[in-house]
Design a binder for this molecule. Structure first.
Ligand SMILES: NC(=O)c1ccc[n+]([C@@H]2O[C@H](COP(=O)([O-])OP(=O)(O)OC[C@H]3O[C@@H](n4cnc5c(N)ncnc54)[C@H](OP(=O)(O)O)[C@@H]3O)[C@@H](O)[C@H]2O)c1
Length: 344
């Protein structure tokens, strides 16, 4: 028998994408269950060519479920993940609730799949923030070759990273601009339509935002605690896919040509880097795709051993749903999990 998989947050941006990714990749599941809040109980979501009726998380019994892909926010995860894990169901969580817990592995399979074995302490595995996931996929092969000392990154993050209500806000504000209706800001602190907002998540005392802090803490945990990173995270009026302008300083020399060759061979990376009009990837092309696209690779003449690059990926896929499903595949491929119903 195959696995029984529950998707929590199945009506949300990430949850819907998880269902698509599970179906597209032919994940070895006998049964997939869609869960969300009581508000959505009985509503329907697509899973390949099937329709699933949504069940309520708080009344669902996880006893015979093997894997829970969780994407319902930090508060829900804090409350439910330990209870689900205690039923012997491995939770792969998309929120920030467990990412910094020393007993919870934070995994990007192309980068640190071996760290997954630590999941047995809590039966929980964390998925990184979307902006970190694509960044570390691009940094890892370069770090292996030339040892990264410092990274300076500016992000251009799409609204889908802030959930389904944020997508609606960009759509309705854009319409309101055209028909001269009043503009309402609900999800974002300022207008997002035809604007950019240099704030994602809350401010900390040091002037950085929590999103910027997450990129630092998560890059250290996934890739190397010695890497220094500083970020400016910006929300832009793009529906799907995050972009990042990245400056990297290495311990050892690495030319742009060498970096391009290394990245061409690297798992999860696709280099599109022609030095001509349009010879790079933009969010519109990356949306719906699995790869982390790397463009505009060039030497940084202002530091020793410095490179600049442009990194784009679908935040709902590599930044969330795809990464979570890849983690589940690592569990299965490495035989770290057996279907409960077969074991019984
Ligand atoms: N979007 C991204 O790029 C991204 C990337 C990485 C991580 N994440 C994380 O993934 C999580 C989900 O993000 P999203 O963008 O998919 O948000 P979303 O579109 O707002 O969807 C939220 C989902 O959570 C469900 N939910 C809310 N409260 C619940 C409760 N009490 N019990 C059960 N289900 C509940 C919602 O169900 P109802 O429809 O019933 O309300 C909905 O299915 C968040 O933790 C987010 O930080 C998102």
């Amino acid at each position: 028998m195959g696995y029984k998989v529950a998707v929590v947050g199945a009506t949300g941006n990430v949850g819907r994408e998880m269902l698509s990714v599970l179906s597209e990749r032919g994940f070895p599941a006998d049964e997939v269950v869609a869960l969300a809040s009581r508000r959505s109980q009985g509503s329907e979501v697509s899973f390949g060519d099937k329709i699933l009726k949504v069940k309520a998380l708080d009344t669902y019994d996880f006893s015979d479920t093997d894997i829970c892909l969780m994407s319902a926010g930090g508060a829900v995860s804090k409350e439910f993940s330990p209870r689900i894990a205690a039923k012997g169901c491995i939770v792969i969580d998309n929120s920030s609730a467990w990412r910094y817990d020393a007993d919870v592995p934070l995994i990007v399979p192309e980068v640190n799949a071996d760290a997954i074995v630590g999941f047995t302490k809590k039966n929980i595995i964390a998925n990184p923030n979307c902006s970190t996931a694509q960044l570390v996929v691009a940094l890892k092969p370069l770090h292996d070759r030339a040892t990264i000392k410092r990274v300076v990154v500016a992000t251009y993050q799409s609204v889908s990273g802030a959930g389904k209500d944020a997508l609606d806000e960009l759509f309705s504000q854009t319409r309101a601009v055209f028909v001269s209706d009043p503009i309402e800001n609900r999800k974002f602190p300022k207008r997002i339509a035809f604007n950019v907002i240099p704030q994602i998540d809350v401010f900390q005392d040091d002037g950085f935002t929590r999103e910027e802090w997450k990129m630092v803490a998560e890059t250290k945990k996934i890739l190397d605690p010695k890497i220094k990173l500083v970020a400016t995270c910006v929300r832009v009026p793009v529906f799907v896919a995050h972009s990042e302008a990245v400056a990297v300083e290495f311990e050892h020399p690495l030319s742009a040509d060498e970096a391009r060759e290394i990245l061409r061979e690297a798992p999860g990376c696709l280099v599109v880097d022609k030095r001509e009009d349009g010879g790079y990837v933009t969010p519109v092309e990356a949306a719906g795709e699995d790869a982390t696209y790397i463009s505009r690779i060039r030497d940084d003449p202002t530091v020793d051993n410095g490179l600049m690059m442009w990194v784009v990926s679908d935040n709902l896929r590599k930044g969330a749903a795809l990464n979570a499903v890849q983690i589940a595949e690592v569990l299965i491929n490495r035989k770290l999990i057996q279907p409960k119903r077969q074991a019984a």
